[in-house]
Design a protein around this ligand. Structure first.
Ligand code: G3H
Ligand code: ZN
Length: 286
């Protein structure tokens, strides 16, 4: 069923695993992620950036595709459709109106008080209709679609500010920027685990780790042990899908049927997602 993230993340935190947010880019990503979730009997969060929604047609299209596939595939595991890095109150409301069950309002580029006011406004609407909300503090570096944060502007979240934001807004989960980046890492990631532990203790809510691509397993396990219950992955699926398309077209230069190269790409995404679900410990937790 389509659900919000609230229960799935609280269960994950209590039982010591993390639910993956896997981003949608097109039909094949959506198919692959839902197939992986059902096969693994894992809860799943479908992340949708504003750019990806635009590419796929819009928020309504995304919801219709997900609902159609869930019916055709007889999906029984909990699935959330989540707006990733929502840029404004209006975008969050648009997504909810189209049927998203969860939204992130990314006010991280605003000063604290403004971020709190904006996040609170979104929470007030979302909670009235059972939609869950994620907020961010500090700045996650790297690039995701329209969102570009230069290295110099990336900033670690401050625990006391995180506590204030969560307390004053009532968000369901929270993403403190602690050194993770969107896209591939330059060298090893350097995550702020001490602060992660402090933020988890202060706020009490499930924490979210953005930039899941390229984080070594021992860091993933450590983050989960410190209260991270949601891990976002996009680039890794994009890489495995692009690699497969390149291989198929290189081996068969005369191929033109999209099903012949996007089908294998879909299988590659599915395998990548299954690997993540096992690593995050969410398999058989539906
Ligand atoms: O919000 C989405 C993610 O944080 C994805 O990060 O593309 O580095 O895996 P990634
Ligand atoms: Zn992100």
């Amino acid at each position: 069923p389509l659900v919000s993230m609230k229960e799935m993340l609280e269960k994950a935190k209590a039982e010591g695993y993390a639910v993956g947010q896997f981003n949608l880019n097109n039909l094949e990503f959506t198919q692959a992620i839902l197939q992986a979730a059902e096969e693994e009997q894992s809860p799943v969060i479908l992340g949708v950036s504003e750019g990806a929604a635009r590419y796929m047609g819009g928020f309504f299209t995304v919801v219709q595709i997900v609902e159609g596939l869930m019916a055709d595939y007889d999906v029984t595991v909990p699935v959330a459709i989540h707006l990733d890095h929502g840029s404004s109150f209006e975008k969050c409301v648009e997504a909810m109106y189209a049927g998203f069950t969860s939204v992130m309002i990314d006010g991280s580029h605003h000063p604290l008080e403004e971020n709190i006011a904006l996040t609170k406004k979104v929470v007030d609407v979302a909670h009235t209709i059972g939609v869950s909300v994620e907020a961010e503090l500090g700045r996650i570096g790297g690039q995701e679609d329209d969102l570009v944060v230069e290295d110099a502007d990336a900033a670690y979240a401050i625990p006391s500010e995180c506590d204030q934001l969560v307390r004053e807004t009532g968000v369901d989960c929270f993403a403190p920027a602690l050194g993770s980046v969107h896209g591939p890492y330059k060298g090893e990631p350097n995550l702020g685990f001490d602060r992660m532990e402090e933020v988890a203790k202060l706020t009490g809510v499930p924490l979210v780790l953005h930039g899941g691509t390229g984080i070594p397993t021992h860091d993933i396990k450590k983050a989960i042990s410190l209260g991270t219950a949601k891990i976002n992955v996009n680039t890794e699926n994009q890489i495995s899908s692009a690699k497969t398309v390149r291989e198929v077209l290189a081996a068969k230069p005369n191929e033109y049927d999209p099903r012949k190269y996007l089908g294998p790409a879909r299988d590659a995404i599915k395998e990548t997602v299954i690997g993540k679900m096992r690593e995050f410990g969410s398999s058989n937790k539906a």
